[in-house]
Design a protein around this ligand. Structure first.
Ligand SMILES: [Zn+2]
Length: 150
């Protein structure tokens, strides 16, 4: 019973990686709701936020907040959703704790059904846009009194 996110953390499963520290890995969602949809994944396996170590859950949300800020202040997204789904009724599909960061480039309602399959071209474009701003994640963690370690 392999967990796909544990495979991504260990490197045995492919993913487009955006950011990594001792606690989390950030990847591009393979089926983005919008261009730039990210997943902040804890390196340790927890089923969801209900059993995640509180410090690691806080860390994951701080990284998500920093990335949401990058999208709004540096990349011009007029809106961003930061959300975690806990349990199947909440729409959780992969049972390894993760936080979605979904930049919103235009209006309209939030719909998981608007997902499409990520292409290499889209992934490379998003990573090239984010890369110059990723120092902001570590400075955000420092301002929150967190470090890249637990
Ligand atoms: Zn896992």
């Amino acid at each position: 019973m392999g967990c796909v996110f544990c495979g991504i953390v260990s490197g045995s499963e492919p993913a487009w990686r955006v950011y990594e520290d001792d606690v989390v890995v950030v990847i591009l969602d393979k089926y983005p709701v919008s261009k730039g949809h990210l997943l902040v994944i804890t390196k340790k396996h927890y089923e969801s936020i209900h059993d995640a170590d509180p410090r690691e859950a806080l860390h994951a949300f701080a990284v998500a907040a920093a990335l949401a800020r990058v999208y709004r202040t540096k990349l011009g997204a007029p809106g961003v959703n930061v959300v975690t789904n806990s349990g199947r009724p909440a729409g959780q599909v992969i049972f390894h704790f993760h936080v979605h960061v979904i930049p919103r480039w235009s209006g309209g309602s939030f719909r998981w059904s608007s997902r499409h399959e990520l292409t290499a071209e889209e992934a490379e474009e998003v990573i090239a846009e984010l890369e110059p701003h990723l120092d902001g994640v570590k400075s955000y963690l420092r301002k929150a009194g967190l470090s890249a370690h637990i």
